[in-house]
Design a protein around this ligand. Structure first.
Ligand code: PMP
Length: 436
């Protein structure tokens, strides 16, 4: 007897047949179409997408201006390789990102940008540039961090069990300092002391090329580094000739209500790695920084065949246009305030929500077994995500213990759409809590 499978089941079967399990899937959803904050699966089911392809769609799916810019570029050419025949979208986008760099010094020629394709390449290259500029070998990153799946990316990443598995040996001369995760007992003072301890016991500060930090942990569960921590880090780097690299791959491009998250601390990084939402859905990443540092690698040391692809740069220019007049950032702040208020209300009535945190609309809920014990509750987080999906809301987990639900809703979301999504989340939460 032949059983006829639904289209979704057929494709899910093909997925396990044709694609290795190492690529994980958040849920059994197969997309057919998406627009703004909505996504439709192959069977026509509609979802609110509060994941945005993991923080790639701050301007929403298929923003008409992004689509138009890509279409126009597509008609000219799709690829030349910037190292072979340069093109204006790359140059203009670099110019505009230089002007966006969080620094007082912004005259032409003082800040430079190089493009790549993925976030991991951006962090890899930020380290290459920092080593070339300082002529030092060592690098410090933080516990709970995520910086990519390449060799250096994995080595920098401070969330090991999941991402590093048995993929070693890893890159040498990389050390981890404690991230100030105050909810789990790591105060700013203790984290700074941990860094000093690292200098005393493991790697002399004079050997360190760079310290790389996510101003707000992405995969690590949306923990914002307190401004005083970033400020102390800045001072410590300056005193010791260490370069400060901000990994804004997930926190950047308006996600926290300012264009870069680090702007909110007043700290100027030496280098800034970006990716995800800058391309509005097309693969684009890069590093921006002070010219004397950016110019340290000799010709040929940076680049890549597809690095700064013309279609992606055209999309990047359209994304920057959308942020130009500041209204999208003010709307993002408004979205952040509404999410925060709604989440605080949920926390008040749900003891399993241990922490509500983040920066602006980069906000998350941390689930625990009890307010006092703070024992992580990944099972409940999973049930909430599942119940929400079945009701038409896509959410994504995060955190060292996979007990955090993060929100990466496109910033173009309207109040009505946000209310509808929050309504789904509330009922999913009730169902998941009642289930146990
Ligand atoms: N850094 C951060 C902070 C990220 O969130 C990510 C992706 N989640 C990366 C680096 C790696 O980016 P990609 O997956 O594009 O290589």
């Amino acid at each position: 007897m032949t059983v006829s499978l639904s289209r979704l089941d057929e494709l899910l079967e093909l997925r396990s047949e044709a694609v290795p399990r190492g690529v994980s899937n958040a849920y059994p959803v197969i997309a057919a179409r998406a627009q703004g904050v909505r996504l439709w699966d192959v069977e026509g089911r509609e979802y609110f997408d509060w994941v945005g392809g993991i923080g790639v769609l701050n301007v929403g799916h298929n923003h008409p201006q992004v689509v138009e810019a890509v279409r126009a570029q597509l008609e000219n050419f799709t690829h030349t390789c910037f190292q072979v025949a340069m093109y204006e979208p790359y140059l203009r986008l670099a110019q505009r990102l230089n002007a966006r760099f969080p620094s007082q010094t912004k005259q032409a020629g003082q800040i430079k940008t190089v493009f790549f394709t993925t976030g991991a390449e951006a962090t890899e290259n930020a380290i290459k540039i920092a080593r070339a500029a300082t002529k030092r070998p060592a690098v410090i990153s933080f516990t709970h961090s995520f910086h990519g799946r390449t060799l250096m990316g994995m080595t920098l990443t401070g969330k090991k069990a999941y991402y590093s598995q048995n993929f070693g040996p890893f890159a040498p001369d990389v050390y981890h300092a404690p991230f100030p995760y105050t909810y789990r007992g790591m105060s700013v003072e203790a984290a700074l002391e941990g860094l000093q301890e690292l200098f005393r016991t493991t790697v002399d500060a004079s050997r360190v090329a760079a310290i790389i930090i996510e101003p707000v942990l992405g995969e690590g569960g949306f923990v914002a580094a307190p401004p005083e921590f970033l400020q102390a880090l800045r001072e410590l780097c300056t005193q010791n000739g260490i370069l400060l690299i901000a990994d804004e791959i997930q926190s950047g491009v308006g996600r926290t209500g300012t264009f870069w998250a680090i702007e909110q601390s007043g700290v100027e990084p030496d280098l800034l790695a970006f990716a995800k939402s800058i391309g509005g859905g097309l693969p684009l990443s890069g590093v921006t920084g002070k010219a004397e540092i950016m110019d340290a690698p000799a010709a040929g040391g940076l680049g890549g065949t597809y690095a700064g692809n013309p279609l992606a740069c055209a999309a990047g220019l359209a994304v920057l246009d959308l942020f130009e007049d500041g209204s999208l950032l003010s709307h993002a702040q408004h979205v952040g305030e509404r999410l925060h208020a709604a989440f605080m209300e949920m926390q008040a009535s749900t003891p399993a929500i241990g922490d509500v945190r983040g920066l602006g609309p980069m906000i998350a809920l941390e689930f625990v077994k009890g307010r006092e014990s703070k024992t992580p509750n990944p099972e409940l987080a999973a049930r909430v995500v599942d119940a929400a999906r079945k009701r038409g809301l896509l959410l994504l987990k995060a955190g060292m213990y996979t007990n955090v639900i993060r929100v990466l809703v496109p910033l173009v979301v309207t109040d009505a759409e946000l209310d509808d999504g929050l309504g789904i989340l509330r009922s999913a939460l009730e169902e998941a809590v009642a289930e146990r």
